[in-house]
Design a protein around this ligand. Sequence first.
Ligand code: SAH
Ligand code: SF4
Ligand code: F3S
Length: 457
Amino acid sequence: MNRIVTDKDTAAARKVFVKTYGCQMNVYDSQRMADALAAEGYVATEAIEDADLVLLNTCHIREKAAEKVYSELGRIRGIKAEREQAGRETLIGVAGCVAQAEGEEIIRRAPVVDLVIGPQTYHRLPDVVKKARAGAKVVETEYAIEDKFAHLPGQQAKAVRARGVTAFLTVQEGCDKFCTFCVVPYTRGSEVSRPVSQIVDEARRLADAGVREITLLGQNVNAWHGAGPDGREWGLGELLFKLAEVPGVARLRYTTSHPRDMDDALIAAHRDLKALMPYLHLPVQSGSDRILKAMNRKHTAAEYLQLIERIRTAQPDIAMSGDFIVGFPGESDADFADTMTIVREVGYAQAFSFKYSPRPGTPASERGEQVAEAVKNERLQELQALLTKQQHAFAESLVGREIDLLLEKHGRHAGQLIGRSPWLQPVIVDENAGGIGDIVPVRITRTGANSLFAEGV
Ligand code: SAH
Ligand code: SF4
Ligand code: F3S
């Protein structure tokens, strides 16, 4: 690599631009990577043209996710060429699940890339960047033996403060469930839980920096189990009670959960722990037992419905959210009708639905009976119409009701603040309602396209 290092280069801080695709876990990882690089003298920038290091934190969950990355790399090639012509160092890195899945292939397909780093090795990022700066092409996708979380710098107060009053905290990573459609077990490795002490320390640092609401993250967050300070093994329910004691932490959430890991202690937390918000993302994927079996979800539609009934008995106010896949190989009209039925029976406040996308290396991708694209489109439209209707109906049902609102930031229009309802909806109020970070009682007055409007009470 032809690089001209000037005095100016060494004096001024180097800049890193991070772009995040995919799930909330990637959002969390991007912040931690920025923290790790800050310790090496990199400051974050929002302008890609100014970046000495561009990091794409990628997602591999569906087809278009990886394609978007390659087209972005094409665009970046021009920026890099221009900068290098002006004698400015420009390193391009690919992190995340595409990095893990594709490895060296990324550099072959996009030679503009200097470094590839998988999610299990982010604590080695400063080292990898050093090697890349010295001119090497680096691919780091081996599963690391050491604990990534223990070696990444903790959430820095200054950085957290700039990010606001809500924060993510990864407590569990990886997946051992091997649903037949899913790449996550291959890209994120097997299930690992962080110990209680590490999680509580991080929650304290977040709260000290002004965070009021923490969302615990994990690919299977409710499968979290960790060594407690008492030497016993704790489950997520117990952890939530412990985190609610951290001064400053007013609200807790967790995502994403698997129906098979909802244990009694966690359901009891929904009943007894006021700080735990009455909102649960519990994907079912399909309402057909035949398809659920082929997906290796290891539960039936009836079991899912019974589980929700138990949760609703414990916390009648709970709003359900979910994920759905249409057009899984072999899905018939009758199977799809079962999905529509389960959606009607549950009544979702919010949901995500996707067309099945064959992922290389997963069992479902190798099956015959792939569903035609046109059929997938039709089913997705029908399902989304129903889910949107349910979402609006839920929002409408809140009009007139008094709720607690966590004020998060200024709104788009002067004089407005935006907060979050207990059910994750954005709520717009007059700025006289309180200060950012306050939790204030408000009354919902009407619904907007994607938000609610409220007045102080
Ligand atoms: N661990 C979570 C989901 C993680 S992936 C769970 O088990 O519920 C997030 C969502 O992406 C999944 O719930 C699923 O709906 C969707 N998804 C995963 N793989 C997919 C694929 N191959 N095609 C389409 N959607 C997929
Ligand atoms: Fe993927 Fe299934 Fe694991 Fe969720 S539980 S991450 S869908 S393999
Ligand atoms: Fe995507 Fe990896 Fe998350 S595939 S959804 S970034 S775990």
